[in-house]
Design a protein around this ligand. Sequence first.
Ligand code: UD1
Ligand code: CA
Length: 456
Amino acid sequence: MTNIFAVILAAGQGTRMKSKLYKVLHPVCGKPMVEHVVDHIQSVNVDRIVTVVGHGAELVKETLGEKSEYVLQAEQLGTAHAIQQAEPILGKLEGTTLVVCGDTPLIRPETMQALFEHHAKQNAKATILTAVAENPTGYGRVLRDTDGKVAQIVEQKDATEQQKLVTEINTGTYCFDNKALFEALKLVNNHNAQGEYYLPDVIEILQQQGEIVSAFVTDSFDETLGVNDRFALSQAEQLMRARINEKHMRNGVTIINPATTHISTDAVIGRDTVLQPGVMIEGATVIGEDCIIGPNSHIVASKIGDRTTIHSSVVLNSTVGSETAVGPFAHLRPNSTLGDHVKIGNFVEVKKSVLGDHTKVSHLSYIGDAEVGNNVNIGCGSITVNYDGRNKFKTTIEDNVFVGCNSNLVAPVTIGAGSFIAAGSTITKEVPADAFAIARARQENKLDYVSKLYLK
Ligand code: UD1
Ligand code: CA
């Protein structure tokens, strides 16, 4: 087995994105483009991954962390110059090097693997991954000689009108014999329209040296999309979304309208769960089986049990049990934990709180910084008064409590197990277990008084 290395080109600013954010960090389905590339490469089992960083170097390193080694390209003089920065690490090693651009997030591991295999079978010094594009504008064109062998790559800006008609394009992914690559790089010059050192020139150099140079044509142009501007970014998003949605549907998830359903690459969804239109699932969310995720729900980095319904609601960094119902129009803010058989109804906000099994908060409530036991019923309009303008305080509601409508529970406060709070109470002191607490002005009826109100 020879050593396999990978180099990712990620030093460019990405001028055509017209963005403050460096191009390779723009997310596609919630994950930075360059991270898709690294993750795909990792799943083909390479020995070392080296990422060439420049613009936004620190941020790129922070994003990829331990997944890669790094070399700095301080000045962006072109893709060949970028690879040369890896010479101190890789230059002397025997092996095969895969080169991938950080802006091609859709190339699948299977395609990289097939490229490797083709490269090995041809015994080539260089193999370039090419595709046939309906609209090749912007890509380097693959020029073949009369025998059909790859002779040269010509960039859009250097191409003659005749060459621009060629539809076979350089995807920016290559396999090289590692030593041959670094030797050939020394011969690349920058005599071209952009004054850059072009990596694709290595192909021509090796070919002229009489080495075997090959092309592997993939039939999936979609995979090879290079994201240079926001329009291509939206195309990449659409293609990646379709790919993710298809994976879930093939695994037994019903997606009513895949075109409006957004699922992150890391989400896991159980069988027979139904995603209704407009659902957005972000981060490493895990959703169980037989759930219904209703229209326009937004779920971020959360865990949802089985047979639970989330209806037109927002769930952020929270845990929701099984057979629980949330919404419509509920908001679970970070660090909320709901048990099983819980009901959170419309216009209820829960923040950093734990709610036990069979507990119900059915309408128009705010539950913040609270620990709520099992089988508690919190009536319409009740709130935890958790903030005095400076500090947050905790409310504890033990099991089997009934909180009447429109109560204020002024924290810090504990409501003992089995107690009952009369509607409209403002509770400021502990309520003992099994007590009935009433804290509101007594009603007074002034008989026949209305007519006096209107006396002139
Ligand atoms: C490149 C190829 C082109 C191919 C296309 C496929 C060259 C000269 N052209 O063009 O043949 O069809 O990709 O998508 O290689 N980068 C650096 N340092 C640099 C320059 C670029 O790290 O000095 C990185 C960029 O961050 C990017 C990648 O290399 O991730 C490709 O650069 P880009 O400017 O997008 O090249 P293209 O014009 O798309
Ligand atoms: Ca590009």
